[in-house]
Write a protein that binds this ligand. Structure first.
Ligand code: BDR
Ligand code: CA
Length: 317
């Protein structure tokens, strides 16, 4: 099984991703770290523990991380994810508590340990939220690079935005953190895949499929999964809903389910209308860039441009 750690802001679709990571035999979920994003971090921790209980995975360490972005005020997305950040499902709350360590310390401990063992034991880090915890981690403990196989993050886009016309929510929420992560990964030679909005909405589950999951009942993982999808169908008035962040977990499980291109990417930190946009350089020539006042981005990463939606939806189901 592939060792993974998820960094989340649970989050309706983070919950979908957690269920997949907790239950798929192809993955070994070593820890989950939480950050403020879709909801305030304390709600994120509570939601994450609740999802792992539904998946009968109380063994997974959950840690509380950054409350707010490095520079910006926290602005949550409860208008999308509900007042409690996870669809206001009236689901019994977990009685468990988070690990006493800060998320950054848990990430360090897990990754240093993986680095000592090396090889197949190295971890794939899957951030599905603003990158605040990960920026703090890479700047504070660069030695964790040895324990990382790669980072597959949900965020950014080559083409569209959602938080604004040009920026995706996770990057928009903490653009400095995203810029630091790309910069640090270039320095530390860490492979990065960006699973952004170009593919995020594609793998979908229908209302009927959700109803069949809900029918499993018993407050188990299938019922929760179905209710999360049904919540999104209702909220957006649609007959289907994306599995969202769970698609990034599918990209770890089935790397050939996404088409990636290696492209230079940087994060817009200023901009009048474009702060938080990921600028993906798709020019197909590599000639003299001396006329370009910005030169080339330092960071070249795998950008997901297409996804096999059916395969991901099947994998998640
Ligand atoms: C991202 O923001 C959140 O709403 C989702 O959980 C996802 O991580 C999409 O822009
Ligand atoms: Ca998320």
């Amino acid at each position: 099984a592939i060792p993974v750690v998820l960094d989340v802001d649970t989050g309706v679709d983070d919950a979908c991703a957690l269920l997949l990571a907790a239950l798929h035999p192809g993955l070994e979920l070593r820890a989950v770290t939480c950050v403020g994003g879709n909801a305030p971090v304390d709600d994120v921790v509570a939601n994450t523990l609740t999802v792992l209980d539904a998946a009968s995975r109380p063994d997974v360490v959950v840690a509380r991380g950054a409350e707010r972005p490095l520079l910006e005020e926290a602005v949550d997305a409860r208008h999308v994810h509900g007042q409690d950040g996870m669809g206001d499902l009236d689901w019994p709350k977990s009685q468990r508590r988070a690990d006493p360590r800060h998320a950054v310390e848990v990430l360090r401990d897990v990754l240093v340990d993986a680095g000592e063992r090396g090889g197949e034991d190295r971890v794939t880090l899957v951030p599905l939220a603003p990158l605040t915890n990960i920026a703090l981690l890479l700047r504070t403990h660069p030695e964790v690079a040895r324990g990382l196989r790669e980072i597959v993050f949900m965020g950014g886009a080559a083409h569209v935005g959602n938080a604004t016309a040009s920026a995706e929510f996770n990057v928009f929420h903490d653009p400095e953190a995203a810029a630091i992560v790309l910069d640090a990964c270039a320095d530390l030679d860490i492979a990065v895949t960006m699973y952004g909005l170009d593919v995020f909405y594609d793998p979908r589950i229908s209302r009927e499929q959700a109803a069949a999951l809900v029918a499993a009942g018993g407050r188990g993982s299938a019922e929760l999964a179905g209710r999360l999808i049904a919540f999104q169908c209702d909220r957006f008035g649609s007959d289907s809903a994306t599995i969202g962040d769970a698609g990034a977990v599918c990209a770890v499980l089935a790397p050939d389910a996404v088409r990636r291109e290696k492209l230079p990417v940087r994060v817009e930190l200023a901009g009048t209308w474009s702060r938080g946009r990921t600028i993906v350089d798709r020019r197909d020539w590599t000639g003299d860039l001396s006329h370009d006042p910005h030169g080339q981005a330092r960071s070249t990463i795998d950008v997901c441009l297409e996804v096999d939606s059916q395969r991901c939806a099947d994998l998640w189901l």
